[in-house]
Design a protein around this ligand. Structure first.
Ligand code: C2E
Ligand code: CA
Ligand code: CA
Length: 725
């Protein structure tokens, strides 16, 4: 009896402790949520928090107001309209999570009740990864301003192109002026057509060359003059020049001249004939943004010419005061790719971030220039590597923070890196050659690197030469058959069944040994040799797979990696057909891998190509899924069979609940789309268990086997599958 009472007492105590703990936990959660709600409500940013089961959807005040304006409510359908482009996959919010986690965010347009259109950039963060559902906070920023100025600029630029072409069309109408300049013993003679004179606001018929040039705006006279001199002296074919001309006391118009040199053999005088059109209307838009001073309109930095002329003075001062100077040329890696992938708006934001970073991280007096689209130059008062290294390191951190702090899509931390080339001023170079040396240093190696700093020295020119040699070596490698395919097994999660193998390229370099595709594929892409290499890989993989079958092993499906060039620039469908026919491999044993990023470049074309590939009986797999440009609606349209979850998500799945949630959502998405889900980069037993539990069906990674030569695959994996023998 005593024991029962005692046990009861213990039980009661335990219970009350449990209740106490529970209440405290709930209170704590509540206060946490309350704090969070307070924070979210205080923010100016549109915020909507939601759970993947849609049981809780909450909007903050700005969001609620915004929803009212667009006549919507904070519900499941609204969320779907952001992440699925109104195209419901008919599944749970877990699928929506994949779209929500698209690292660069998504921009969607909304029409307000007053008829105006706002563009909102939505970004999401996982705030809680419960077992049953995940809570997400989605924030929206109004980017209409950036969006529309960009649109305006695009239109203006387009108009500019049209205007240039319209010279020919204008010739047929009355809007074209003709001007001839003749080189005489005493100078230039000029004559202008009637319409031309009218356009330029010139009254009398007789006008001297000097009269004419005096009408050109002061800072552009030299430009026009130089163009004329050049055409006469070099007798080069033609040139174009655009200048402002005062056509009346209060009116300045902009004219585009296309000038052609013609030789009059009769009297041996050279003559120039120019056609010109009035570009004022077309330029109005652009000049608003692009300063005559040559300033970069976006960053406000000096343009190429400005940097070089101010740079000369900077160097002169440094020499006089003996302070030392260095030029740092900063190249944003993959800028082109970023602007194609993420759009001009993000690309501009990236440039602005760099501009800000450069200013923040440099010491006075510094001079900044925007030299080319992806290239900044900075003149710094340093003569030692330590200070420069520090500057570059700080810049690198600044960019990284911008990516993590939502100024830029976080995916850019992986995508956007930069390289710095440095040349110190030794008192002899002029600014242009100093910049050229710094810039040249950028190109000594193919690989792009995060904030790596390369210094100019005597070997740079030699290295540039070597780069060309690599291209030569690659050509030889193709001719001499120095490439080899390694194969990496794809297995069932319990490791008992071999389900396929991915063919991975290796280069057996005669001097350097086995070279990884990471170091030569980018070069091959850059110099246009990738399609030949891939063509070979495709043929070789088919040949090998058929050979294994002929040897009596259980048929193995091989997958080959496609490059973007192969997909878009070659008739890849015919290549595949040819490879199958000439090897005799049945199409069901071939699979092609392409990345999300590649597919999104031209989605319609990709769909049509992939359809044809599937019609041949070949499987298609979406490589590196979860890292790139996730457009769920597009994914639904893409004819694919397999989703390969990128190894960056697998890598920390056991430690990072966010990765776990995303992988979980991808698996669910795969199921909704009837796709096989493969996890790549499985390295540990723990990862394997977790992935298998989540519902992945195929595993690839070092835990199951590294890429091996064909002979090793045969020995280690195929021998025990022999059907005959
Ligand atoms: P990928 O298509 O994502 O290929 C998988 C890469 O991950 C391979 O690197 C493989 O060795 C590596 N890997 C496999 N399991 C693990 C693991 O458990 N942990 C880690 N850390 N890594 C693992 P590899 O062979 O160096 O290939 C690199 C990339 O080169 C490939 O990435 C692919 O994009 C490209 N590539 C390879 N072969 C070809 C080819 O024939 N044509 C083209 N166009 N690209 C190729
Ligand atoms: Ca692959
Ligand atoms: Ca991959």
């Amino acid at each position: 009896m005593e024991i029962i009472v005692y046990l009861l007492a213990v039980l009661l105590t335990a219970l009350s402790i449990l209740v106490f703990l529970l209440v405290r936990k709930i209170r704590h959660e509540r206060s946490k949520n309350k704090n969070l709600s307070a924070l979210i409500n205080a923010s100016e940013v549109y915020t909507i928090t939601w759970t993947t089961d849609f049981s809780r959807i909450e909007a903050n005040k700005p969001m609620t107001e915004f929803l009212e304006k667009i006549g919507r409510t904070a519900d499941e359908n609204f969320l779907k309209s952001i992440f699925l482009d109104n195209d419901s996959l008919g599944t749970t919010g877990s699928v929506l999570l994949v779209g929500a986690m698209a690292k660069e965010g998504r921009t969607a347009a909304f029409t307000l009740s007053d008829g105006s259109v706002r563009h909102i950039l939505w970004k999401s963060k996982i705030i809680n990864t419960g077992d049953a559902f995940t809570s997400i906070a989605t924030t929206g920023t109004d980017v209409t301003e950036e969006y529309t100025t960009q649109k305006e600029l695009d239109t203006a630029k387009q108009q500019q192109a049209i205007a240039s072409e319209s010279l020919d069309i204008a010739a047929e109408s009355a809007e074209l002026g003709i001007l001839t300049i003749t080189h005489t013993a005493v100078g230039y003679d000029i004559s202008i057509s009637d319409i031309g004179r009218e356009m330029l606001g010139i009254d009398g018929e007789n006008i001297t060359y000097e009269d004419f040039t005096s009408k050109i705006s002061i800072n552009e006279r030299e430009l026009f003059d130089n163009c004329v001199h050049k055409l006469f002296s070099e007798a080069s074919a033609s040139d174009s020049v655009e200048v402002n001309i005062r056509i009346s006391e209060n009116t300045v118009h902009r004219f585009l001249f296309r000038i052609k040199a013609t030789k009059c053999t009769s009297n041996n005088l050279n003559r120039l004939t120019a056609a010109f059109v009035d570009m004022t209307a077309e330029r109005a838009n652009i000049s608003r943004r692009e300063h005559v001073s040559g300033e970069d309109p976006l960053t406000g930095f000096l343009g190429r010419n400005g940097f070089f002329s101010d740079g000369e003075a900077y160097l002169a001062k440094a020499k006089e005061e003996n302070t030392g100077a260095a030029v740092v040329s900063i190249r944003i890696d993959r800028y082109q790719k970023i602007s194609t992938l993420f759009g001009m708006e993000i690309a501009d934001r990236l440039l602005l971030t760099y501009a800000q970073g450069l200013e923040n991280c440099s010491r006075n007096p510094a001079l900044f220039g925007k030299i080319a689209q992806d290239n900044f130059a900075v003149l710094l008062p340093f003569s030692d590597k330590k200070n420069i290294d520090l500057f570059v390191k700080e810049l690198s951190l600044f960019i990284e923070n911008a990516c993590n702090g939502n100024i830029l899509p976080s995916i850019l931390t992986e995508q956007s890196r930069f390289t710095a080339g440095v040349c110190f001023y030794d008192g002899t170079d002029d600014i242009i050659s100093l910049y050229n040396k710094a810039n040249m240093t950028l190109y000594t190696e193919f690989s792009e690197s995060n904030g790596v700093c390369r210094y100019f020295d005597k070997t740079v020119e030699e290295k540039i030469y070597n780069r060309d040699t690599i291209e030569e070596e690659l050509r030889t490698a193709i001719k001499n058959g120095e490439f080899e395919l390694y194969y990496q097994p794809k297995m069932s999660f319990d490791g008992t069944e071999l389900l396929g193998a991915e063919a991975l390229m290796r280069w057996n370099h005669p001097a350097n040994g086995v070279v990884s595709p990471i170091s030569f594929i980018p070069i091959a892409e850059e110099v246009g040799l990738i399609t030949q290499i891939d063509e070979w890989g495709l043929m070789e993989a088919c040949r090998q797979a058929k050979l294994w079958q002929d040897k009596g092993y259980k048929p193995l499906r091989v997958s080959v990696n496609m490059s973007q060039a192969q997909l878009y620039q070659t008739d890849v469908v015919s290549s595949i057909e040819h490879a199958l026919n000439s090897s005799g491999l049945s199409s069901e044993y071939l699979e092609v891998e392409l990345t999300e990023t590649m597919a999104m470049q031209d989605i319609e074309r990709t769909i049509s190509i992939l359809k044809k590939i599937q019609e041949l009986g070949v499987s298609v797999s979406m490589d590196d899924f979860g890292t790139g440009y996730s457009s769920l609606s597009a994914l639904k349209l893409l004819p694919i069979n397999i989703l390969k979850i990128d190894r960056s998500l697998i890598y920390d799945i056991t430690a990072n609940p966010t990765s776990h949630s995303i992988v979980k959502a991808i698996v669910e998405l795969g199921k909704a789309l009837d796709l096989v889900v493969l996890a790549e980069g499985v390295e540990t037993e723990k990862q394997s268990e977790m992935l298998s539990k989540l519902g992945c069906t195929i595993a690839q990674g070092y835990f199951y086997g590294k890429p091996l030569t064909a002979a090793d695959i045969e020995r280690k994996f195929l021998k025990n599958t022999a059907i005959t023998e």
